[in-house]
Design a protein around this ligand. Structure first.
Ligand code: PLP
Length: 404
């Protein structure tokens, strides 16, 4: 038999969401009539809006005609879409050639790992979207301090908690090669200010590191003083890659479409452009995003589409507002929810999984245990605002009864 990839064996047992589902299934077997409301996984529920939906339908119907048919496209995406992203999202501060359209931010995060050598040390916020760590481990990174060899693993955790305003003290961390940074943050809902992002870019410039800036929730930023892109920060183009997605802004979680920006200025230590290698990775491993999804994205970025995008974001942000207000009324510390669709609540002295089980058993509400996102998430629950508003209202009533 073939030997298993030992890096796979190093992954922490049971990825968070399968464990949540296991507990949900077990609960439903014992309580088949329970009406569960999910404030757990960050999956979208609101239907795609009419103008964008029409563009998707037209593209799909067109494939059945000689005129509308298209086969493989450019691996980097439709030129028209790259250009539209450059102008509508980045106001022309990023050029079309620096934008690479993809099947989503998550697959891009996985593929980006190929750019860096095996010895690259990476840093992640703690708590963090699990994909940064798990993909790093799959590519051979080790997590822990090794007492025998007195060496640290190649993953550095940056605690981001209410105590440090969800931003790490960068003056205290050792030199790292790659920093994953997510703002607006999943799971904490925190957003980094301009000053904080400048500190991050300054750290990367000083230490010759590369930032992978995950802006998947950028459209949720309501405060006009908060940067929506890392490229709003001086010097960022020399040190940062940005990943983004249409999943949460227009409900393309299942349609699949995202993009990655790799600026021309970003270089490896030998002077080779990172962009050149990214192009090579995509042309080898990826055959371009779905032509239907790309037509939908083009519609999402025209005036009507952008208006619909705003409506979708407002719908979920209204949910976020009432979840946060309810938790605070009930006496819980609750963070996020103002510029992000997640609320991060400290469950006082109850540990995450225990709080999760209590809410499941008593209120039949699914949340996400904070510990599943990292050690600094213990005692927290993440509440997602991506439900239907009527379910959120019902959930709020149940919280008022069961969460004391
Ligand atoms: N990045 C973050 C921080 C996320 O929370 C998610 C999805 O939940 C993704 C990326 C995935 O985005 P996509 O659907 O484009 O793969």
């Amino acid at each position: 038999m073939v030997k298993r990839n030992q890096d796979m064996a190093k992954l922490q047992a049971g990825y968070l969401f399968p464990e949540i589902n296991r507990r949900k299934k077990e609960f439903l077997e014992k309580n088949p009539d329970a009406k569960i409301i999910s404030l757990g996984i960050g999956n979208t529920t609101k239907p795609v809006t009419p103008h964008i939906d029409k563009a998707l339908s037209n593209a799909a119907a067109g494939l059945g005609t000689k005129k509308g048919y298209s086969g493989y496209g450019n691996e980097q995406g439709l030129t028209e879409l790259r250009e539209k992203i450059a102008f509508k999202i980045y106001n022309g501060t990023v050029s079309r050639d620096e934008i690479f359209v993809s099947d989503g931010a998550k697959p891009d995060i996985g593929r980006l790992q190929l750019l860096f050598g095996n010895d690259a040390v990476i840093a992640v916020q703690d708590p963090a979207y699990p994909v940064y760590i798990d993909s790093s481990v799959m590519y051979g990174k080790t997590e822990n301090y090794n007492e025998k060899t007195n060496t640290f693993g190649s993953i550095v955790y940056l605690p981001c908690t209410p105590e440090n305003n969800f931003f790490p003290d960068l003056s205290k961390i050792r030199k790292v090669d790659v920093i994953f940074f997510c703002s607006p943050n999943n799971p904490t809902g925190a957003v980094a200010t301009r000053e904080q992002l400048q500190q991050l870019v300054d750290y990367a410039r000083k230490n010759k590191s590369i930032i992978i800036f995950d802006a998947a929730y950028s459209e949720y930023i309501q405060d006009s003083n908060i940067p929506k892109s890392i490229y709003e920060i001086d010097g960022a183009k020399e040190v940062a890659i940005e990943v983004n997605s249409f999943s949460k802004s227009v409900g393309f979680a299942g349609v699949r479409l995202g993009w990655t920006v790799v600026p021309n200025e970003l270089k490896f230590d030998n002077g080779i452009q990172v962009r050149q290698d990214w192009d090579r990775v995509l042309t080898t491993l990826f055959n371009g995003a779905s032509n239907i999804s790309q037509k939908g994205a083009l519609a999402a970025l025209d005036n009507r589409g952008l208006k619909e995008m705003e409506e979708t974001v407002s719908y979920y942000m209204e949910n976020a507002k009432i979840i946060k207000a309810t938790l605070q009324e009930l006496g819980y510390e609750a963070y996020g929810g103002d510029n992000a669709p997640y609320i991060w609540a400290r469950m006082k002295t109850t540990k995450s999984w225990e709080a999760f089980d209590q809410l499941l058993q008593e209120a039949n509400i699914i949340t996400t245990p904070g510990i599943g996102f990292g050690q600094s998430g213990e005692y927290f629950l993440r509440f997602s605002a991506f439900g239907h508003s009527e379910d959120i209202k019902e959930a709020i009533q149940r919280l008022k009864v069961h969460l004391k």
